[in-house]
Design a protein around this ligand. Structure first.
Ligand code: PLP
Length: 391
């Protein structure tokens, strides 16, 4: 039996989005960010679809995610029997690389080195521990210097970058193959702060290369940067990271240079339909009072499924091919909707909370605007009981 609330994931649209991004940034390569269980949607299905589409670089936030992703990619290679011959060959031969993008804690290092996960160097002490673990495991650990050029969150401060790099270069069993940074507000294409970050980052990379560093992977852009700062897909940059655009969503304020498609549809079903008289108030807080007799459907999804409270009396869903207004406060498991304009609506009917309806659509980005947030928050807030269904 299917759960009452499902999020359908259109893997074909996901792959088309990946290919669109890859074509847009060529010859730079795309690292797909699948942290937080692919933004809560299920890392296994995402990893397999993207690996078959030719992606070889993946990013996560922490070790547990790295190991889950590694498992998914291994099972993808062993489960290729039903794929076309050329996909089978390419995917089998691919060397998948998994990278932790944020920080690594001392006790996490040995297992990550043994697993061959690419690690961030956020300071000299971390690099020393990675080197020691690599020596012990008799391997060479790949690392990327993580520079804080303005994010103010993690990494080596720009002023210390060269000194740290020089020090780390002395440590054995490290392959310092990469250097990267992150933007805090690349959603604004005119933002002078981002432009300064790019200049600062490039100057550090150039100075390091003068001292003999040969970085294979140089990256600064995530989705916002890819859309708004095309220069970050050109030399010295060789890699871009993408997360939210894979799902077909954007930062609400950014220019949307890429035409990515919606990947996600959130669906539930009608629980009950009632004709209610004028004067009836709906739900907690009695925030909506019917001005006239109204046909009201109660649908089987609420804030526990990820419907933001901000949709109360403002949002819409699709039922029977029509756009229907949410009336009354969203509760944990149910939401009330005006279905006066929908003929023959009955319990069990499908409700599209976000997704397509003919040419009309409701997107996580639309919800984000109502909630005063971004699509990341909407997508990552889909509840545990929402079944992830791959199409
Ligand atoms: C370091 C880093 N790179 C890339 C991403 C992916 O960002 P986006 O989903 O905007 O593409 C994130 C997300 O927060 C991140 O923290």
């Amino acid at each position: 039996m299917e759960r009452r609330v499902v999020v359908e994931i259109d893997l074909k649209a996901l792959v088309r989005n990946y290919r669109k991004i890859a074509a847009h940034v060529k010859p730079a390569k795309v690292l797909c960010v699948l942290k937080a269980n692919a933004y809560g949607l299920g890392v296994g299905a995402y990893a397999k679809a993207l690996a078959k589409a030719g992606c070889t670089m993946f990013g996560v936030a922490e070790p547990y995610e790295a190991l889950e992703l590694q498992k998914a990619l291994k099972s993808c290679v062993s489960g290729l029997k039903s794929s076309a011959k050329d996909v089978r060959r390419k995917t089998k031969d691919a060397k998948f690389e998994i990278q932790i993008l944020s920080s690594i804690l001392p006790d996490e290092i040995p297992a990550m080195v043994r697993a061959g996960v690419i690690l961030p160097v956020i300071d000299v002490a971390t690099a020393k521990l990675i080197s020691a673990a690599a020596v012990k495991a008799k391997v060479v650990a790949k690392v990327h210097f993580k520079l804080d050029t303005g994010m103010g969150r993690l990494g080596i401060l720009a002023k210390d970058a060269l000194a740290v790099m020089r020090e780390v270069k002395k440590f054995p069993n490290l392959d310092c193959e990469g250097v990267f940074s992150h933007f805090p507000m690349a959603y604004d294409p005119k933002d002078p702060f981002t432009k300064r970050q790019i200049r600062l980052f490039k100057s550090i990379v150039a100075a390091a290369e003068k001292e003999g560093f040969k970085f294979k992977k140089v990256h600064i852009s995530a989705s916002d940067g890819i859309n708004n700062f095309p220069e970050t897909a050109k030399r010295p940059f060789t890699v871009v990271r993408t997360g939210i655009n894979l799902h077909g969503s954007f930062d609400p304020y950014g220019k949307k240079a890429l035409k990515v498609e919606p990947v996600l549809s959130l669906k539930t079903r009608v629980a009950q339909v009632r004709e209610l008289p004028a004067g009836t108030t709906l739900g907690y807080g009695r925030t909506w009072c019917l001005a006239a007799p109204t046909k009201v459907a109660t649908i089987s999804a609420g804030y526990a499924d990820g419907l933001p409270l901000a949709l109360t009396n403002r949002g819409f869903v699709f039922i029977g091919g029509r756009r229907c207004k949410i009336i009354g406060r969203i509760s944990m498991d149910y939401t009330t909707v005006d279905v006066s304009n929908v003929p023959n609506v009955k319990p069990g009917d499908e409700v599209v909370c976000f997704g397509m309806c003919g040419r009309d659509s409701i997107t996580p980005d639309d919800w984000a605007v109502l909630k005063g947030t971004h699509a990341y928050d909407i997508i990552c807030s889909l509840g545990n009981r929402v079944q992830r269904v791959v199409k």
